[in-house]
Design a protein around this ligand. Structure first.
Ligand code: SF4
Ligand code: SF4
Length: 251
């Protein structure tokens, strides 16, 4: 297995109706620094540390250290943000520490303004806008009438021999703020929880397979045909290469 994303915090400063986070019963907390440091010994997909799942990463009070430690391990560090409490000064500070990319999600109007500002003034910095233009219901975790945000429509079929997700295909998992292994980035409550990452050595973990099929798979909006999964993997690889080039030039 490899880590696709690691949730440095499950707290958020917004309350989006189309997201499972506001009503999530799983504990909302920041990942302790010691736990985070231990997690850095495990393999990350394309050596990228994507530091969000269900929460706003800028809220973590020790973000500066979190960025630095990833940089010291030669991991490209970044996350998705709603930009609600974004500060340019802090952004510049984190860039110097090793912040290597940012995904801006358009949940509030300020996000779009910041995206325009940053692309103009930091043209080299790897920035992605998540415009949330298509909707899904987080595999049934939110009301179907107020669907959330991903570039796929709601699916009503489970993974089959001809269709599955990148998590199963490439043995990727996510790690919650509690340090637990989840099957994918859709699982807000930890229905697929496989126990603590730290129950396994990094070597044992890297030899494991993601064969985790659970309730949400039946309504998953993220399944694709095999060739499309390879296409997604290729896109990810290209993006990782761009970020790596940015890091070589600037760090
Ligand atoms: S969609 Fe993002 S910003 Fe909105 S509540 Fe969920 S985690 Fe927070
Ligand atoms: S819900 Fe199941 S099929 Fe969908 S992304 Fe998660 S693990 Fe994959």
């Amino acid at each position: 297995m490899k880590i696709y994303a690691l949730e440095i915090t499950s707290e958020c400063n917004l309350n989006c109706s189309y997201c499972p986070q506001p009503t999530m019963e799983r504990k909302k907390e920041h990942m302790p620094l010691e736990m985070y440091q231990k997690a850095l010994s495990y393999p990350f997909w394309y050596d990228m540390l994507v530091a969000h799942l269900f929460g706003e990463a800028f809220l973590h009070p020790e973000l500066e250290k979190i960025v630095s430690y990833a940089h010291d391990k030669d991991l490209a560090f970044g996350f998705s943000s709603n930009m609600r409490d974004f500060s340019l000064e802090y952004f510049n500070h984190l860039r110097k520490k090793g912040l290597s990319f940012l995904v801006i999600s358009y949940h509030i109007p300020e996000a779009q303004k910041w995206y325009k500002y940053l692309t103009k003034h930091y043209p080299e910095f790897p920035l992605i806008a998540n415009e949330l233009e298509q909707k899904h219901d987080w595999a049934g975790q939110v009301d179907k009438n107020i669907k959330g945000n991903i570039k796929k429509q709601v699916a009503d079929t489970k993974p089959s021999e001809t269709s599955d997700c990148i998590f199963h295909k490439f043995d990727l998992v996510t790690i919650s703020a509690q340090g637990d292994i989840y099957a994918c980035c859709l699982d807000a409550e930890g229905l697929s929880n496989q126990g603590s990452l730290f129950d396994y050595s990094p070597e044992e973990f890297s030899n494991m397979k993601n064969d985790i099929y659970f309730e949400l798979c039946k309504l998953c909006p993220m399944t694709n045909k095999e060739q499309d999964l390879y296409h997604l993997e290729e896109q990810h690889s290209l993006y990782a290469e761009q970020i790596s080039n940015y890091r070589k030039r600037n760090m």
